[in-house]
Design a protein around this ligand. Structure first.
Ligand SMILES: [Zn+2]
Length: 443
């Protein structure tokens, strides 16, 4: 198992020196001490060589650095500023790599402690840093790029229906993921992969423009009918993470900044929903912002979300083969179930519903990600009941509930919303319970 390459304290090059002299004088050199029987037997498995300066680990899991050899079988080494001595076969020496793990690699131990490997030893033990202390584990598992579809950056749902972002995945199938700011570790088998993919780079400028073109084409005539003019300002290069709507007189203006479209997670459909939300401020109907709070009579935040999913997004995808598109995309299982239940037997509407919900998840996940906020989930609706309608941005969970409700409301685009009556063209309790504006913002 272990071969000795040097004998004598601090004599790392003693044998080499002797050899060189011997070659000059022509005198045969005595071979190094013969290894013991045990060492010979283990020679096939030999992975490392103990020399002065080598890092070794002993039976107490102390890691030390070899100072020298007091005889051919006894090593002295320094660990935590104390000097120890042990038999050769009680020590294991550091190797460059073991089980795919090298120094500085991230590892996890059986207690789910995660840290960077400092020294890896020939018997598989690894010293690593965790919680500002050094530990030695007999079972270390290195980080992998993929374990059954789990990889860094993917979104997962845990058994408590929390949605988190995967940080690291390990050889033993343990997955470290982050909910809000808190990291957790679970077996991959206890986590479900989310249908929204994190590891995208957002939209290209071309995609950004094509989404806006399509909506501009649809809504220019709609706004013209209201004697208005739709003006869209496209600021692809701007790093500001926002979009804005303004209505003055007959000018309906949207300012769309590129940063939101470049966010990871966001899909074209998700971005369309963002633009739809802005259009919703302009023509999304009642409820409106309280007078004086905003420029000219804008629909409030919750209503803009509701209208975005209920009306605008449906118009955006109207000409697509939505059944084919959704057959090729991952769909959240709860969205699938609810859309199929609501639109029983109507395949196109079912597909549009799924597409809307996935767009809503993309939009809000990208916001959650850029705000370092918790990811909202379809299975964890906001239970808050507001005493009065909230005009400002509801929290992300409440907003997802609103998009979900909009997608599940079975009222067509042609049933128009009204600027004064919230029931017009929308779902309001009764048989439309699931499609109604949620109580977390609407009263
Ligand atoms: Zn808004």
């Amino acid at each position: 198992m272990i071969a000795v390459s040097s004998s004598g304290y601090a004599g790392a090059s003693a044998l080499g020196g002797l050899g060189a002299e011997a070659a000059v004088s022509g005198v045969p050199v005595a071979p190094p001490p013969a290894p013991s029987g045990a060492a010979m037997a283990g020679k096939q498995a030999c992975k490392g060589i103990i020399r002065v300066g080598s890092f070794v680990v002993d039976n107490n899991n102390y890691v030390g650095q070899v100072l020298g050899f007091s005889d051919e079988n006894t090593v002295s080494y320094k660990s935590r500023s104390a000097v120890y001595s042990a038999k050769l076969d009680e020590l294991r020496v550091e190797v460059p790599e073991i089980n795919g793990i090298k120094a500085r690699d991230l590892i996890i131990d059986p207690d789910d402690h995660i840290g960077a490997a400092i020294h890896v030893f020939e018997d598989g033990r690894v010293q690593f840093a965790f919680a500002s202390a050094l530990h030695v584990t007999t079972a270390a598992y290195g980080e992998v790029t993929d374990f059954r579809g789990f990889s860094s950056g993917r979104l997962v749902t845990d058994p408590g229906n929390n949605i988190g972002k995967v940080l690291h995945v390990f050889q033993n199938g343990r997955v470290q993921y982050q909910v809000g700011f808190t990291p957790y570790v679970l077996a991959s088998g206890d986590l479900a992969l989310n249908a929204v993919w994190y590891d995208k780079n957002g939209l290209t400028e071309e995609q950004f423009n094509s989404v806006i073109d399509r909506l501009e084409e649809i809504f220019t005539p709609v706004i013209r009918e209201k004697q208005g003019e739709l003006r869209i300002i496209r600021a692809w290069k701007t790093s500001q993470d926002m979009a804005a709507a303004v209505h003055f007189g007959n000018v309906y203006r949207l300012t769309l900044y590129g940063a939101m479209a470049r966010s990871p997670i966001i899909t074209e459909d998700g971005y369309a929903l963002i633009v739809c939300h802005e259009l919703g401020h302009l023509i999304g109907g009642f409820p409106k912002f309280m007078k004086g709070q905003m420029s000219d009579n804008l629909s409030n935040e919750g209503q803009s979300d509701y209208w975005a999913a209920l009306k605008c997004f449906r118009k955006f995808v109207e000409k697509d083969d939505n059944i084919a598109i959704m057959a090729a995309k991952p769909v959240d299982p709860y969205a699938k179930e609810q859309c199929e239940r609501t639109y029983q037997g109507r395949d196109t509407e079912t597909a549009v519903c799924k597409r809307s919900v996935m767009a809503g998840m993309s939009t809000l996940y990208s916001l959650a990600d850029s705000n370092f906020d918790r990811f909202p989930g379809l299975l964890t609706p906001d239970s808050y009941i507001t005493p009065a309608t909230v005009d400002t941005h509801p929290n992300l969970q409440c907003r997802l509930d609103t998009y979900f409700a909009g997608a599940l409301c079975d009222k067509s685009w042609n049933e128009e919303v009204s600027d004064t009556d919230h029931t017009s063209g929308t779902c309001n309790g009764g048989t439309y319970l699931e499609g109604s504006r949620p109580a977390c913002w609407f009263r």
